[in-house]
Design a protein around this ligand. Structure first.
Ligand code: FES
Length: 105
């Protein structure tokens, strides 16, 4: 069953910022791309690098894995460059009552 968890107040995650949240045994990065919010797992599909902590480009809405440099599309979780070729998990973001929330499962 999907579950909704709170991330933070809306104003606490400005455009161009990322916040890590933990849920059960998963770490999830929540990104603000120019006012649109996206969430991906903080684990690269190539070799488990801490993906969400890589360089975040809010204009293109991508993040670069700090380990071997694969670029991931935050909207889809798909890698745009090698060596990663498998998408990472994405999570629906819900804005409700001026609060950022995530649907997790
Ligand atoms: S662990 Fe991310 S590209 Fe290798």
């Amino acid at each position: 069953m999907p579950q909704v968890i709170e991330v933070c107040p809306l104003e606490a995650l400005a455009p161009g910022e990322m916040r890590l949240v933990e849920w059960e045994d998963q770490e999830i990065g929540v990104f603000n791309c120019a006012g649109n919010f996206y969430a991906i797992e903080d684990r690269c599909s190539h070799d488990d690098g801490p993906l969400a902590e890589g360089e975040f480009d809010a204009e293109t809405c991508t993040v670069e894995c700090p380990r071997h440099g694969s670029l991931f599309d935050l909207k889809t979780g798909k890698p745009l460059t090698l060596p990663a070729y498998v998408p990472v998990e994405t999570y629906p973001v819900i804005i409700e009552d001026e609060t950022i929330k995530l649907e997790v499962e």
